[in-house]
Design a protein around this ligand. Structure first.
Ligand SMILES: [Fe+2]
Length: 149
């Protein structure tokens, strides 16, 4: 594989994962219920807003590198592995599903950063490292809120 196709495949795979978490956070924001409604509703809102910005930052890395960004919802969905979607109805289920989702997202980001560092795509490494830093912290905070205390 050429460096360019490594970049394209790696960045598009990350974009699909960012998009998926973005949609999931928005859906949880709409549907969460229970005694912690206000704080969870606000947390999911901050997450989908932040992830929306990351959709843009990652897609624009493609353009910077001379690669077309996705042009349709179909294309985004094809990158997003909707087979992983799970239905979470309660606030606890949403937090558990989101914790697991962020965990696997963080693992995927670390792998992508390694691959992109190897082809000297330092700009995208910087963008993804920024996302990883945020996402690791979100994972920690959601995990902490699930502890019995
Ligand atoms: Fe809202």
């Amino acid at each position: 594989m050429t460096s360019n196709s490594v970049r394209e495949d790696t960045i598009k795979a990350v974009l699909g994962k960012v998009f998926r978490l973005y949609v999931q956070s928005q859906c949880y924001h709409w549907n969460v219920e229970g005694p912690n409604f206000r704080s969870l509703h606000a947390m999911f809102e901050t997450q989908y807003q932040t992830l929306s910005g990351f959709n843009d930052a990652v897609a624009e890395r493609l353009r910077v590198l001379g690669i077309k960004a996705p042009e349709s919802l179909d294309e985004l969905l094809a990158l997003s592995n909707t087979a992983q979607d799970t239905t979470a109805r309660t606030a606890d289920e949403m937090l558990a599903t989101h914790c697991a989702g962020f965990q696997s997202f963080n693992d995927a980001l670390r792998d992508a950063i390694q691959v992109l560092a190897d082809v000297r795509d330092d700009g995208t490494v910087a963008v993804m490292s920024n996302i990883l830093e945020w996402s690791e912290k979100e994972h920690w905070m959601m995990s902490a809120s699930r502890q019995a205390g």
